[in-house]
Design a binder for this molecule. Sequence first.
Ligand code: ADP
Ligand code: 5GP
Length: 192
Amino acid sequence: MEEKNIKQGKLFVVTGPSGVGKGTILANFFKQDNKNLYYSVSMTTRAPRPNEKDGVNYLFVSKDEFRRAIEKDEFLEWTEYSGNFYGTNNKIVSDKLNNGINVILEIETKGAKKVMEKYKDAITIFISPPSVFELESRLRGRHTEDEKAIQKRLDEVERELSESSNYKYVIVNDELSEALKKFKAVYDFEVK
Ligand code: ADP
Ligand code: 5GP
């Protein structure tokens, strides 16, 4: 029988505190380069924001549906963050990689750590803010969370920033166009 010899895709893990600009960088990156590349759509119990679409930004589910997915062992990793559950589908990620497609996970640091244990060769990128002051201002300026939710996210920042040295690349998102250039440079270098 003829054997299929497909080169394995590369797994990118993008993390960093809430409001740092992960989503903005990735949305811009995907506009430029989405060939042979898959953005992993996570499952979450968080309510959708007005601009978010089910199946595009997240799979928005109830807590019961999320629990059922845990029981069925569907997740590569899952975590509770800021009062909501988030998880990465295991089969979709491994199928894409096995078919030679590069995959980007945009996840928080506890999940990133679990993925790094399972995929030792994952390319890990930490997006850092120019300052905590600027991070808080972006989080507030996004107008997507109420004060309680903003505080919960800010409570995680110090711990998250202290973990940045565990990642292969750290990109400071000061000027967006510069951060995007750096992200693209890392991606191109790693997939070449
Ligand atoms: P995350 O996905 O990390 O939670 P977002 O991509 O939602 O963060 O960005 C948070 C807010 O900061 C958004 O309003 C976004 O437009 C803004 N933002 C992102 N990058 C920059 C930047 N380099 N300079 C100024 N504002 C930014
Ligand atoms: P948000 O509610 O702002 O969309 O996401 C909150 C945090 O959860 C962000 O840091 C985001 O990257 C992270 N996140 C999104 N999906 C997942 C996932 O599947 N697993 C984990 N561990 N974190 C996720």
